[in-house]
Ligand binder design. Structure first.
Ligand code: ATR
Length: 287
């Protein structure tokens, strides 16, 4: 987005920011500033390196200075739950806050990650979540949110696999309690699934292998594979999945989806999703 499209900064400029640690490589400033420019809004989005011990002070400072909103990233999403005045249903459901809106002096916490994932699965892979059979790898923070969101979207059957099996069992138990109609089990399925979703962090490092045990589950048994990792753009899992003829997508669409939702919460306007996606791809991949 050319600089000239930005409304000039003046005393009326509204501010948003992302707080995290580390924050240097965040694509959020590029994404949101491109969106503000596309809509001609006199808004700006900044990034701040904030140590967890200063998070409360940073949120209070942003509120005191009249910021429109904040995003929170690693390691702040859980901590922030206790630092807002009110939790939107999304933040209550997922037990984490990635977006704050300041409204009439109050800080309201939201979570847009789960919606970002569901939208990306629909748009990037054309997966119909209702009634789908899904194999989910990973039972950390991202895996738990993904599992609960898939359940809330009425998938038919969920297979949860994790290196530490007890964590997958714990999430399976939570889903059985909250969503009695969904079949959920730990371990690999024998039959075919509609979607394989990676929510582990295995694949982030260049030397990482695939999180899927192909002796237990063949990539021929799924139509689509989604990897929540977007850097590198093609993990070992996605490479193998493409070679096996699966439809594939990485997590860039989820990043854009959670950002688009936050943008709409702050501005009340429809997010220019295509603009945001181009800006993120430019920032992350230099394209
Ligand atoms: P996030 O918030 O990104 O989910 P996390 O909560 O630390 O991060 O979870 C990381 C996930 O990646 C977990 O499912 C973890 O498996 P364990 O629960 O057994 O730790 C998984 N993971 C990380 N490194 C892995 C590896 N080398 N092999 C397989 N799974 C791995």
């Amino acid at each position: 987005m050319p600089q000239s499209n930005f409304a000039p900064i003046n005393a009326a400029t509204r501010l948003c920011a992302v707080l995290g640690s580390p924050i240097r490589h965040s694509a959020s400033p590029a994404m949101h500033n491109a969106a503000f420019a596309a809509l001609g809004l006199n808004w700006r989005y900044l990034a701040f390196e904030v140590d967890p011990k200063n998070l409360r002070a940073a949120i209070e400072g942003a509120r005191a200075m009249g910021f429109a909103g904040l995003n929170l990233t690693v390691p702040h999403k859980l901590l922030a739950v206790d630092m807002v005045d009110e939790l939107d249903a999304s933040a209550k459901t997922w037990g984490a806050v990635n977006t704050i809106k300041f409204e009439n002096g109050r800080a309201i916490g939201f979570n847009t990650d789960a919606d970002g994932l569901a939208n990306s699965l629909r748009h990037d892979l054309a997966v119909e979540l209702r009634g789908a059979k899904v194999l989910l790898l990973g039972a950390g923070g991202a895996g738990r949110t993904a599992a609960l969101k898939l359940a809330a979207e009425n998938v038919a059957e969920l297979f949860l696999v994790n290196r530490t099996a007890s964590k997958a069992e714990e999430i399976a138990g939570e889903i059985k309690k909250q969503f009695s109609s969904i079949k959920v089990s730990g371990g690999y399925p024998n039959a075919n699934v509609d979607l394989l979703l990676n929510a582990t962090s295995l694949g982030l490092k260049p030397e990482d292998g695939s999180p899927l045990d192909e002796k237990q589950f063949s990539l021929k048994q799924t139509r689509a594979v989604y990897d929540m990792i977007y850097q590198p753009a093609e993990t070992a899992l996605l490479k193998n999945a493409k070679a096996a003829g699966c439809q594939t997508a990485n997590g860039i669409g989820m990043l854009v989806g959670q950002g688009a939702k936050a943008f709409e919460i702050w501005t009340g306007q429809t997010a220019p999703v295509a603009v945001m996606r181009r800006a993120v791809e430019g920032s992350v991949y230099g394209v």
